[in-house]
Design a protein around this ligand. Structure first.
Ligand code: S6P
Ligand code: ZN
Length: 191
């Protein structure tokens, strides 16, 4: 393993930005259109030239190898596709027995987790919430508030990210707004 010098980062607790970051990843609706239930609405939005920025990920300069602890911040913007809140793509770790820790920084959100058998659990996240993603659970975060939702994450460097499984099956439940409240309902696109 590469021998590194100690270093620190500047994390803006109100906004969620991380400096320095090795890379900033931005996902727009067109990068994850198959993740949402209302496909007709998405086609109309994209054909009408509406392709909102859903979230940004600030990645630490820590290498993704065994023994290291890479970290990131994520900012999910407020918004919905129909009734479904803006969210991350969501993933399993390639090494399924690798866990992760999330820390809420700003705004309101939910962490939705799913086991391979389709069991779903969710945790509400607010500033100061430390949420634990145990081994074997896929994880996706959702902005269920009205301002940007930001959180910090740290995971084992050799975890790896498996997006394919969630792209193929989806999550069994989705987070929607109903009578002004965020609720988990069955996802019609879950296979
Ligand atoms: C990585 C960690 C986060 C997410 C980020 C975006 O293990 O869970 O940094 O990568 O929140 O979500 P996603 O599902 O697009 O990677
Ligand atoms: Zn992860």
């Amino acid at each position: 393993m590469e021998l590194m010098e100690p270093f620190s980062s500047k994390l803006d607790l109100r906004v969620g930005t991380l400096e320095p970051s090795a890379r900033i990843l931005r996902r727009h609706l067109s990068d994850m259109q198959e993740m949402y239930a209302d496909q007709k609405r998405i086609r109309r939005m994209l054909e009408g030239g509406l392709d909102p920025l859903i979230y940004e990920v600030y990645l630490s300069p820590v290498p993704e190898v065994e023994g290291q602890l890479p970290y990131s911040t994520t900012i999910i913007y407020p918004g919905k596709v129909g009734h479904e809140f803006f969210m991350t793509k969501g993933h399993f770790h390639v090494k399924r027995d690798r866990a992760e820790i999330y820390l809420g920084l700003a705004g309101d959100g939910h962490l939705v987790m799913q086991k391979e058998d389709g069991t779903v659990r969710s945790q509400r996240m607010a500033p100061g919430t430390a949420a634990y993603v145990p081994p074997f659970w896929a994880h996706r975060t959702v902005n269920t508030g009205t301002v940007p939702f930001a959180f910090f994450a740290v995971w084992p460097g050799d975890a790896g990210h498996d997006y394919r499984t969630i792209e193929t099956t989806g999550f069994a439940k989705m987070m929607v707004s109903r009578d002004g409240r965020a609720v988990l309902v069955g996802n019609p696109r879950y296979r």
